[in-house]
Write a protein that binds this ligand. Structure first.
Ligand code: PLP
Length: 453
């Protein structure tokens, strides 16, 4: 049975329900599954024929053993994954996996929708109430707000950096109301994340039953391993064929961790291209073995990836045998050779991001947005340096819908990306959100005042 241990190893192992409910472990570590379940031969041979929701339930079953049975998982996944997961051939053996068809048009819907439904079941079964705190650089907040909106026993507070979130991204979370409260912070994403982390660590707030919907919660990662298997099942021979190359535009490294879990579970991947924007602390770490956060993080047009210290790096280090604490101190080095064998990290600046959007549209008619363009540019860089992998199937993740970045796309391609149904009508809805400085005492007082009863 898969259990969950903390990367800091100072608290006991727990089952999935406890890991989901608390988010972060009591020693401030992040929960990791042990052992990572292996895909069965049977699943690998049937995957191609399974619709997405069924595949998701099958992949998640061993992770949830003893907590959710297959039937519960089927229900959760049928309900969560009621949208398309298109694969788009761009050029020869190079493809885009479009993860942007959920209700908030980013890949974060995959995890948020699973997590909301899973937590709702747990909370209802226990007669508990839960207060979810989330820091967002844009897409997490809206995905979580939508996925949790209207759930009975769960209330949500979302903090977002006022200046770093586009109007459309903001409206996706500030127009809901109900059990969802949003607060604009006069600061950076990292400030929002620090405020949330401080609240979790504050013993005075323990009675509020806080949990996290950020990717420190293992519930955000597990569902993200499904689409890696899904993509390969549709494009290659899962059981016997050659490995594939994935490119993952990365900020907090939750998406990549989903891929790495699939890889450790037996998915054949030649290399993960880990593509960051100008926030290049991880590419530097992989190159030098020394880790240094970027404070403050750099503003790039791929704004959901403006992260100067990715919270999931501690998990990645753990997966490769090292230990990084919650501050980013490397207490034990991971196996850097193994990291470099499996992962190719590259930083793509805004100029190249823009040039990539223009060029991919001109050459192939495919529409990328800034995050996906970072991934695509990273893939091209990798294939230039590794021509031996040119013949492999390559899959680049497109993590948001181009219509979320209309000005940028119009300027670079001359076209107006059509709005997906999920974004229509949002401009005219009325917004409601609070404001705060980077001020922990104020935040604490706000939580105590509004959420104690
Ligand atoms: C969050 C996000 C990313 C980065 O994903 P991580 O899991 O944080 O690495 C990339 N693209 C988009 C559109 C996002 O919203």
């Amino acid at each position: 049975m898969t259990i969950y241990y903390s990367t800091n190893r100072r608290v006991p192992e727990v089952a999935l329900d406890q890991a989901l409910l608390v988010g972060q472990a009591g020693d401030r570590g992040l929960y990791m599954p042990r052992p990572v379940p292996q895909f069965t031969r049977e699943l690998l041979s049937r995957a191609r024929d399974l619709p997405y929701a069924e595949l998701a339930a099958a992949v998640l079953e061993p992770y949830a053993q003893g907590v959710f049975d297959r039937e519960a998982l089927e229900e959760i996944c049928q309900d969560a994954y009621n949208y398309e997961v298109p694969l788009e051939q761009v050029h020869q053996n190079r493809h885009l996996l479009r993860l942007d068809r959920g209700p908030t048009a980013s890949f974060k819907d995959f995890a948020a929708r699973f997590m909301g439904r899973a937590l709702d079941r747990l909370v209802r079964a226990r007669g508990q109430e839960l207060l979810i705190l989330t820091a967002t650089s844009g897409d997490t907040g809206s995905a979580i707000a939508h996925a949790f909106y209207g759930l009975q026993g769960i209330r949500v507070v979302v903090l977002f950096p006022l200046a770093e979130v586009s109007a459309r991204q903001r409206k996706q979370m500030t127009t809901l109301g109900g059990n969802v409260t949003t607060i604009a912070v006069e600061g950076k994403f990292d400030d929002c994340q620090a405020l949330v982390k401080q609240a979790f660590a504050d013993p005075d707030l323990a009675r509020l039953n806080l949990s996290s919907a950020n990717s420190i919660n293992i519930g955000r990662l597990l569902p993200q391993s499904v689409y890696y298997l899904y993509a390969v099942s549709r494009l290659a021979d899962l059981a016997g064929g050659e490995p594939v190359v994935f490119s993952v535009p990365s900020g907090n490294f939750g998406d990549l961790m989903g891929g790495l879990l699939a890889f450790k579970g037996g998915l054949k991947v030649a290399r993960f291209v880990v593509a960051t924007n100008a926030n290049d602390e991880v590419p530097r770490f992989f190159a030098t073995g020394r880790y240094q956060k970027i404070v403050p993080s750099i503003d790039c047009i791929s704004n959901a990836m403006n992260v100067g210290h990715p919270s999931n790096l501690a998990r990645l280090v753990d997966l490769y045998g090292g230990w990084m604490d919650e501050q980013g101190n490397l207490l034990e080095p991971p196996d850097m050779d193994a990291i470099r064998r499996d992962l190719y990290a590259v930083s793509i600046d805004d100029d190249l991001t823009r040039a990539t959007i223009a060029e991919v549209y001109r050459a192939y008619g495919a529409i990328l947005e800034p995050h996906g363009a970072v991934g695509w540019a990273g893939l091209m860089r990798y294939l230039e340096e590794h021509p031996e992998d040119d013949r492999l199937v390559a899959i680049s993740l497109e993590t948001a819908h181009p219509a979320k970045f209309p000005e940028e796309i119009r300027a670079l391609t001359g076209i107006d990306p059509p709005l997906p149904p999920s974004l229509q009508g949002i401009e005219t809805r009325s917004e409601q959100y609070g404001h705060m400085g980077v001020d922990y005492p104020w935040f604490k007082e706000f939580l105590v005042h509004h959420y104690t009863h």
